[in-house]
Design a binder for this molecule. Structure first.
Ligand code: GLA
Length: 391
């Protein structure tokens, strides 16, 4: 049964009528520009063909009731309970519901109507896999309330309000990339976003290659602390580098040459973190030209360099991700392989020649399994459209 049928059927059983609407919002995979969105850099994600689906209808009740199929739980909250993060029965909101509740909160902050509704939702994006399942939940509920509230916001604005929900309501200090990709995705295209100006364009991927996702099946846990520490190190680097470069606002403003000249002034750990960011921004700056020239060989080389940098300088990889990337990089037809997303577990993204994909997946699965004892999930993903109302 498709997820759409599943959420519709469960909705029907629970609320005893057919849902009025279905919303969908995808996850994302990022090809280049990792851990640079909160440093004003460039990112190159695509929305993927895995998504969160919400079946929903308006209700006259004073509160909204959400059923999370993947957690086998439900939660009810209203405009009155939102600021205390509690349900209508005064119990605390379960963790999964902080994402939709956070979206409601950020829309209320904008004085936008957030009518009560009943909803059933589920996702085929594995949680904690680095494919932005949380952003997809946020962007799906943006569509839900946009549909019921009678207002319309541009997709980038919805992304920004979702990021605000995650930063200020859920308490995860993420950048804009995930919500942007989920809100603004374009079928068959990569998205190149300048995280400073928020200007973005689509970039084609040559037809002879595919994006392959390889899931280590290792799930990251308690990563927000490590993530926030990386952000703090970047801010510390900017503060210290300002003594010599007073005009800089973020690591985006530091050239590789300036960085090399001044790096010795930074504490060792801050230097490593900042070096990753400065060099990764330079790599992602080359992405558009390489892709437009169909130079996948050099683009893939940058992906491999990115993985090494995330492993050795930013230190957000893990042994299983390193095995997955190393094995892949040695397989014929693989142009580039690296961890995608925040790191600490989850998936790698691979660019693979179409005619080699079957062999690639087989050899990678065997190699990964023999080194780790874990059974990976490997699949081709297609770039999809962003969050939308399906019905
Ligand atoms: C997470 C965050 C993003 C981004 C990536 C790393 O996915 O939500 O904003 O910082 O990590 O590139």
């Amino acid at each position: 049964m498709s997820i759409i049928d599943q959420v519709s059927e469960i909705y029907q059983e629970k609320f005893e009528h057919t849902p009025a609407h279905i919303a969908r919002a995808p996850g994302r995979v990022n090809l280049l520009g990792e851990h640079v969105d909160y440093n004003d850099g460039f990112v190159l994600p695509a929305a993927i063909d895995r998504a969160t689906y919400v079946a929903f209808s308006p209700t006259n009740a004073p509160h909204s009731t959400l059923v999370a199929v993947d957690f086998d739980q439900q939660a009810s909250f209203s405009a009155e309970t939102i600021s205390t993060k509690t349900q209508t029965d005064s119990s605390p909101l379960p963790e999964w519901s902080l994402y939709p509740a956070g979206v409601m909160w950020s829309l209320m902050e904008e004085n936008l109507a957030v009518p009560s509704m009943n909803a059933v939702f589920a996702s085929d994006i594995p949680r904690g896999s680095g494919l932005s399942s949380s952003a997809s939940v946020e962007m799906a509920y943006m569509i839900v309330w946009q549909t019921l509230g009678g207002w319309t916001l541009p997709s980038m604005r919805r992304a920004l309000l979702g990021q605000k929900a995650e930063n200020e309501y859920v308490g995860v200090n993420c950048g804009i990339m995930d919500q942007f990709a989920s809100a603004c995705g374009v079928e068959n295209k990569l998205l190149l976003l300048d995280c400073r100006s928020l200007e973005w364009i689509t970039v084609p991927l040559p037809e002879y290659v595919s994006i392959v996702i390889a899931d280590t099946t290792v799930r990251r846990k308690l990563t927000s602390g490590e993530y926030n520490k990386r952000r703090a190190a970047c801010e510390e680097a900017v503060r210290l580098l300002k003594q010599d470069l007073p005009k800089i606002k973020s690591l985006r403003d530091v050239s590789v040459d300036d960085f090399n000249r001044l790096a010795h002034k930074l504490p060792e750990e801050v230097e490593k973190r900042a070096r990753h960011v400065v060099e990764e921004i330079e790599r992602s700056d080359q992405a558009q030209a390489l892709l437009e020239a169909s130079d996948i060989r050099n683009f893939g080389r940058l992906m491999n360099e990115c993985h090494a940098s995330l492993r050795d300088l930013y230190e957000v990889s893990c042994p299983e991700l390193n095995v997955m990337a190393n094995v892949a990089q040695a397989i014929e037809g693989c142009y580039g392989a690296r961890l995608t997303g925040a790191g600490f577990g989850g998936c790698t993204v691979n660019l693979v020649a179409n005619e080699r994909i079957e062999d690639f997946a087989r050899v990678l699965a065997q190699g990964y399994e023999s080194e780790t004892g874990l059974h990976p999930e490997i699949y081709i993903t297609r770039a999809s459209n962003g969050a939308e109302l399906l019905k």
